[in-house]
Design a protein around this ligand. Sequence first.
Ligand SMILES: [Zn+2]
Length: 657
Amino acid sequence: MRITRFLLLLLAVLVTVPFASARLHSAQDQPAADAPHRAASRAARLAREVPASPPPSAYNDHPRLAIILVIDQFRGDYLDRWRADFKDRGFDLFLDHGAYFPDCYFDYANTKTAPGHATIGTGAYTDGHGINSNEWWDLARNQERPVTSVEDDRYRIVGAPDSSIPGDQPGAPPNAPKYLPGSSPRNLLASTVGDELRLATQGQSKVFGISLKDRAAILPAGAAANGAFWIDPASGYFVTSSFYMSQLPDWAIAFNSGDSIAEAEQEAGLSNVTNFYGQVGRTAAANSYEINFAEALIQGEQLGQHDVTDMLTLSLSANDILGHRVGPDSSEEEQMVDSLDEQLDSFFTWLDKNIPGGLGNVWIALTADHGVAPVPATAAQYGLNAATIDLKKLSSNLNYAINMKFSPGEKVEYILPHQELPYLSLSESEFMKAGINEQEAESAVQQLLPAAVASLVPPPPEPPSTDMPAATPAGSTPAIQPSDKRLPPRPVLFRSYTREQLADGPWPPTPWGRLLAHSYSPNGGWYIMIIPAAYQMQAFPWLGTNHFTPYSYDRHVPLGFYGAPFAPGIYRGRVEPVDLAATFAAVLGINQPSASVGHILTQALKPAADVVYPKPKPVPPVRAHHTRTEIHHPGETSKAAPKARTSKAPAPKPSHP
Ligand SMILES: [Zn+2]
């Protein structure tokens, strides 16, 4: 009997061997004929490999704190452009000591602040998280103005000073804004990496978001965050919403009532500030102000001191507020970036001192919510066709043409007011009154659009009054008078899509098709997405430049990681900001966010065995009533603090170069 089994086994081995090499990768999954031997050697190998303690993860406090650092409006080329300016370990923390990806691009077309922050937190694009713009028309919620991506009148703002109480609430000052709704992530349809951390640790992890802007504080942090803080625009007070808490924590009240606001105004060289957001917000002092608040939060909430990983999303807004005015090619922008380099250096030094075990127990990811276009006049100087588009005039031209088509002789407002490209929302109620459904309305506007854009083109220059040949023969096309000078830029419509086209596709299997598929959300009602030619944008009297397009200057952002699992280096392959949440989730050992489409950046991860976290210094024992020798109680195990205190072990290494 035994011999028969042996022969069968031998036969099986002979049959299997020729295939063995082809099956190297699946060998563990498929029991082979020499299973008894393999099982024994595998068991021995596993016994060698099983670590004494579980591998580092969020569940055992590795890292102690994970920070997602977002710079609002920070194009991917800035770090190369101004590299020579950087000192110490601000941006160089990522460039010299971290894993840095210079080729990181958002893979969608609606490169605005709210969708950018939502994308960073959720690892999904607009088709996954639902946020397509900073604000949009929602006639069911408000018939007078667009709603913002995070406003939510079911909640109230918490922590604003008396001077900012809105006109519809008791105690409001005479010139108070009429209405100030609360905020929430009500429109965010996907979970964030912070939400997943909270779920994975049954709420033991603490997660917070900070920014000057409500949307940039709320959307990357998520719905399960313990809190999100942004500023009351007039006073600069940090506030939150009753969605998160009914009153500010004591440390935040202390921050608001301390000297921080006055110091920020002084640092900005300003006095009598009436609009903190607009006046201080566009100076480097606003970055210090936000970082000071982040430090107060880390101390107040004891981030990094829990048994599991904590997380902070910090979005620095000043670069965007300034950048819209001066553009990416100005000396002001360079100065702002250089100041931020120094501010980040001192923030990282502060973390090194204040997180147990130092900066080596912190992970920091650096990215941005979008890039930015050059100021159109600057681009036009070099010959690019960088026109600005008068959207009011475009809407009025369209309204005229739609009236001609559907209600001749009338002046119905079919296009809604207060709009921002790339979207143009239509008045559903007016079209319905005229008996026109969404498909008819959107395709009619889409067909009328090229002519409406063409009507914005500046008239050709006057024919020169010299002795050029005057008339053209009757009946022929007038001859074009060649210009000696470069003509002014002219608006060009590149593409347009109706909401229904965006919703349904089908998309060509190309990068462009994927970009558009990633951009869809029903927010905004009936709309057309307008994509002008590159370097063109809507004209705003108060803005020098903007970001909202599928062009690379708007989609290109930095992506860098610092922390124990990340292998330092410059990684030149194409990556996306959605990879941040996916990578963090994987290395934390938690689920990816609900709609994540990111990839784990395995190329930048060290082998698990090489990942080392510094051990925090033991808490010094109380010495008041004991001498050193008294602490050595007989029978005390080597685990106790005294051993560490009296041992000659080298001091913990500085956690970072
Ligand atoms: Zn932004």
